[in-house]
Design a protein around this ligand. Structure first.
Ligand SMILES: Cc1cc2nc3c(=O)[nH]c(=O)nc-3n(C[C@H](O)[C@H](O)[C@H](O)COP(=O)(O)O)c2cc1C
Length: 211
């Protein structure tokens, strides 16, 4: 199996919300979760768990929960408000694709993290900071095998229901719900602000290394 270089994976990773229904090989799912577990975490805590959901009935239940949130918050909330910029409206319209089709993704990975978000700045930062590197690893590993993903957090609005469906214990928070599948859409360079516009050399506001 040929995998992409890290460079190619990083520069072509984007949210893939249109996924084919055909199953993802178990070996690929194991590979991407294993890649997630190579990530750093504060004090090497590794307090994570990954629930890989392929069972159609469970995907259906998660899809229904996600759909209800999306209809309420995005379709009838943000989009209906008429207060979004055109760019933001575009992002929300894309998010609706997943709201309507989440259950069709052949695999949904729920990423869980032991504990809950501390108020304290240092600990709070370390808490979520200990899971998003793993999530990014997972998505890059999926990309390297030609699999599409989208990082979503919308399920948090009804997290208790998600946890009940999957039997996730109380001591774990869920951080993300990631559909995984073979993409319908094409890969392409994601639209991002050029790094030169947000890089400061030595001091804030200094735009070039030698000025
Ligand atoms: C913390 C976080 C939460 C996100 N939550 C959602 C979500 O709930 N639903 C969704 O469709 N996309 C979600 N996204 C995906 C973003 O909308 C997407 O990464 C962004 O619009 C850039 O898209 P692109 O990578 O295709 O360019 C989330 C991304 C991040 C980093």
């Amino acid at each position: 199996m040929s995998e992409l270089s890290a460079h190619e994976a990083i520069y072509s990773l984007r949210a893939m919300r249109r996924l084919r229904r055909d199953p993802v090989a178990d070996e690929d799912l194991r590979y991407i979760v294993n890649a997630a577990t190579q990530a750093p975490s504060a004090s090497n805590s590794q307090d994570w768990a990954f629930i890989v959901v392929t069972d159609p009935a469970l995907r259906q239940q998660l899809g229904e929960i996600y759909r209800r949130i999306g209809i309420e918050r995005i379709r009838d909330g943000a989009l209906a408000s008429g207060r979004l910029s055109e760019d933001m409206a575009k992002v929300y319209r894309r998010a609706m694709i997943l709201v309507e089709n989440l259950a069709e993704a052949p695999a949904l990975i729920v990423v869980a993290l032991r504990g809950s978000h501390p108020e304290n700045g240092v600990e709070g930062c370390a808490y979520y900071g200990s899971i998003f590197p793993a999530i990014q690893n997972l998505m890059l590993a999926a990309r390297s095998r030609g699999l599409g993903t989208t990082l979503t957090t919308l399920h948090k609005a009804r997290e208790a229901e998600v946890k009940a469906v999957l039997g996730i214990p109380d001591e774990f928070d869920t951080v993300a719900l990631i559909p995984v599948g073979h993409p319908r859409g094409r890969w392409g360079r994601p639209l991002r602000t050029p790094s030169s516009e947000i890089t400061h050399w030595d001091r804030w506001g200094q735009r070039s290394a030698n000025s």
